[in-house]
Design a protein around this ligand. Structure first.
Ligand SMILES: Cc1ncc(COP(=O)(O)O)c(C=O)c1O
Length: 335
């Protein structure tokens, strides 16, 4: 039994993407379906809530009154943590990495402020030593409450959150009578992909590939992070499976021009996806992953065959960040 609160609206539907599937069927016919995890919650939308259901259960069990987490200025994970903290009557402190990006209250940052998170900007150097930052800041709350704040790792990707998408895999397996040939997801901190790999291993779906598109760093770096989350989750929850590092498939090449930045082609694709199949993607995660998938499927027969015919794209949410990219999206609309 896993300790978990029920905060997400699940099961989320699995729907077809007929027009984007037709677009992607250049060399081989493919059927792309979408797992609508953008429908898990109106404001705490996306993939993070599935991990946070486990973190908040652990925080409550420990009697914590405050949660700490960290992320980029427009972090979806930080926003979901801020919203759910309020829903559960907890205080939330966000340590956001200041890389000189705008601090304008828009997108996720506006929601963080609206839900009363204690927002603290830290330098990239401090972010590298987040454990120390957490520990120092925790002292004040420990003195006040007699109990330490509960720390949630960046992106919720740790041995607790890793179970979120293992359980989501069970949900998917209960919705569709056949295993998918591949399940595609954006990889930002590894937890979603790690969980899906654990899920498919439990279900012995050895022919299902879980394919991540990294949205930051490099594929080897994200593979290492994904492996770490998978192994620590197996250990914590004593899962009776052995994890195969070869099950980690990550496709690099779609991060350009950098984390949280997008190319004009990507903004155009976001507009195209809205109009083709009525699906809203974000420029940081889901846009890059679905754009990457369609580029791969139409690049060559060999690359298309890698994914098989039945493909599930996990829509991991993230829509608030489009408001932090509104000028670029407006350009794409007029282009
Ligand atoms: C909208 C969205 N999709 C995908 C991801 C990637 O998930 P993970 O961090 O579990 O790799 C994130 C966060 O990093 C996200 O906010």
């Amino acid at each position: 039994m896993v300790d978990k609160l029920n905060l997400a609206r699940t099961p989320t539907p699995i729907e077809r993407l007929p027009k984007l599937s037709a677009l992607a069927s250049k060399f081989a016919e493919v059927e792309i379906a979408v797992k609508r995890d953008d429908l898990t919650h109106v404001i705490a939308t996306g993939n993070k809530i599935r991990k946070l259901e486990l973190h908040f259960a652990a925080a409550k069990k420990r009697g914590a009154r405050v949660v700490f987490t960290c992320g980029a200025t427009q972090s979806n994970h930080a926003r979901a943590t801020a919203v759910l903290s309020r829903q559960l009557g907890l205080e939330c402190v966000l340590f956001l990495r200041d890389e000189g990006t705008s601090r304008q209250l828009t997108g996720n940052l506006l929601l963080d402020a609206l839900f009363g998170a204690d927002i603290r900007f830290i330098t990239p150097e401090q972010f590298e030593r987040i454990d120390i930052v957490f520990a120092e800041a925790a002292e004040v709350f420990k003195k006040r409450d007699g109990i330490s704040p509960f720390f949630i790792a960046e992106g919720g990707s740790d041995d607790i959150g890793g179970m979120g998408y293992a359980l989501a895999y069970e949900e998917i397996a209960g919705q569709v009578p056949y295993p998918f040939d591949s399940i595609v997801v954006a990889n930002g901190s590894g937890g979603t992909q790690a969980g899906l790999i654990l899920g498919k291993t439990v279900f012995e779906h050895e022919n299902t590939k879980i394919v991540g598109f990294n949205v930051c760093k490099t594929a080897p770096e994200m593979a290492a992070k994904t492996k770490k989350v998978a192994l620590s989750t197996i250990q914590r929850h004593r899962l009776p499976i052995s994890f195969m590092p070869a099950d980690i498939h990550i496709i690099d090449g779609y991060v350009t021009p950098g984390y949280a930045k997008a190319s004009p082609q990507l903004y155009n694709f976001i507009v195209q996806a809205c109009r083709a199949d009525g699906i809203l993607l974000d420029p940081v995660y889901t846009g890059k992953a679905l754009y990457g998938l369609i580029q791969e499927l139409t690049a060559s027969r060999q690359r298309a065959e890698y994914f098989g015919k039945k493909i599930l794209f996990v829509h991991t949410g993230g829509f608030p960040s489009i408001f932090a990219h509104e000028n670029e999206i407006e350009k794409a609309l007029h282009g």
